[in-house]
Design a protein around this ligand. Structure first.
Ligand code: ZN
Length: 442
């Protein structure tokens, strides 16, 4: 159990709250929202001062002394902060929430020191531009000015060439405050708690289909369906790691599950292999230090890069086995994960195409909770036309999420002695409490 670390996290959280850096509602405990459009609160509903600035254009030009300038045209002034990160080399511009209305080709062309750039919502109330650097460069200047002809705000970020040594020192400068998740909810509800984790989000699109559809949107749609189905069933409590199109770091997803003392964590993804459009089918993954095969290892590696894609840290995060108790817990938890994966596989294979080896293991970072049974489902391949059509089909989503929900309900039903099943006591599945006394908080 992560009990020992909790008081420190609470302190950090309180400090962030006090500094206004923490948005309290990053993750919805009540994700009963029909779709993305409805989740994004219409800007018109908010008072003008709360409405996000709109980015209407962006342009790259030459800056003094061989540098490169990125200019973003905004509807009103914003506070911006920029810094650089190494491996991959990139410059990050942190902004308050910005409504990006840039043309689709924005950021895709290499120009000067800019290899490409991405932008989007990074956390509730916070947006980010991630500039992939064509060579090492530092941020020489961030400034806003007013364009005389129409009063628009021009945000300019000047990048200056630097050698590796200077860049590394800049990258090692103190880190800016990171967004944190919401406080965990302690309910009196004794039903098992399942965390539904829609992969990617915000600035990190995940895999991209040839048609331009993003993995983050597909998996979010499926995750919502699953949540609705579980809530309708009434036997399971559900929480999502993200309830809209927002970036959530991988370690944060794990922490949400552990802080909430979840009984099961289900991560939903979709894969893509553009070189092999004939490859189809779903695969269920459980965590392991040793991957089943090279293909699984490569996939886990790719999914584990989600943080880097959004310009976030790639620390090891929670889940590293620290002591004997944790190791025992982890071993037991993995047994539960495998058992759930088996039940899920049985149900899914009846209604959908499964891959050649449908249950595999690999070192996914989101599957590292020592005390929460966790699986990751790759629903299919965006690179397969047939898979993609199904992934977007309402009927298919209903059938598949229906089977997933049944597998989840069956998993808990099988584990509960009758007294608990009647709801007299919270079920404890895969918890440290089963193999020894819980550690005491200091
Ligand atoms: Zn993914």
């Amino acid at each position: 159990m992560p009990t020992r670390a909790r008081p420190i996290r609470l302190l950090v959280r309180a400090a962030l709250l006090a500094a206004g850096l923490l948005a309290p509602a990053a993750v919805g405990a009540n994700p009963a929202v029909p779709d993305r459009a409805a989740v994004e609160r219409p800007a018109a509903d908010r008072p003008a001062a709360e409405r996000p600035a709109v980015a209407i254009a962006a342009e790259i030009s030459a800056a003094p002394e061989g540098g490169t300038r990125l200019t973003v045209v905004l509807s009103r002034p914003v506070e911006a902060r920029a810094f650089v990160m190494e491996r991959p080399d990139r410059a990050i511009v942190d902004l308050p929430e910005v409504n990006f209305q840039l043309p689709p080709e924005a950021g895709r062309k290499r120009d000067g020191l800019v290899a490409s750039y991405r932008y989007g919502l990074f956390a509730p109330g916070r947006s980010r531009i991630v500039i992939d650097l064509a060579q090492t460069a530092t941020v020489a200047r961030v400034a806003t000015s007013t364009r005389p002809r129409d009063g628009a705000t021009l945000l300019t970020i000047d990048l200056a060439r630097s050698d590796r040594e200077v860049f590394r020192r800049a990258a090692q400068a103190p880190e800016p405050a990171r967004p944190a998740g919401p406080p965990a909810r302690e309910g009196v509800d004794s039903r098992p708690l399942v965390i539904v984790d829609a992969g990617h989000g915000g600035i990190d699109p995940g895999a991209i289909a040839g048609t331009g559809v993003y993995e983050k949107d597909i998996v979010f749609g499926v995750a919502q369906r699953l949540v609705q189905r579980l809530e309708a069933g009434g036997r399971i409590r559900v929480q999502m790691t993200r309830d809209r199109d927002v970036f959530v770091p991988l370690a944060e997803r794990v922490r949400i599950a552990r802080d909430a003392r979840a009984d099961l964590f289900v991560s939903i993804h979709a894969d893509s292999i553009s070189a092999a459009p004939q490859v189809r089918g779903a695969t269920i993954y459980t965590g392991s230090e040793k991957a089943t095969d090279a293909e699984s290892a490569r996939l886990a590696d790719r999914e584990n890069k989600a943080d880097a894609a959004a310009g976030a840290d790639q620390g090891d995060g929670p889940g590293d086995v620290a002591d004997i108790l944790q190791e025992l817990t982890l071993r037991e938890t993995r047994g539960f994960s495998a058992r759930f994966a088996k039940g899920l596989l049985t149900r899914l294979s009846g209604v959908m195409e499964m891959s050649v080896k449908p249950h595999r293991e690999a070192g996914f970072r989101v599957l590292r909770s020592p005390d929460v049974p966790s699986v990751l489902v790759e629903l299919g391949y965006l690179s397969s036309k047939r898979d993609l059509d199904l992934l977007l089909s309402d009927e298919w989503r209903a059938t598949v999420t229906g089977q997933m929900a049944e597998a989840i309900e069956a998993f808990f039903a099988a584990r509960l002695p009758p007294a608990i099943a009647r709801g007299t006591e919270a079920p404890r599945i895969g918890k440290a409490a089963q193999i020894g006394p819980a550690p005491v908080s200091p």
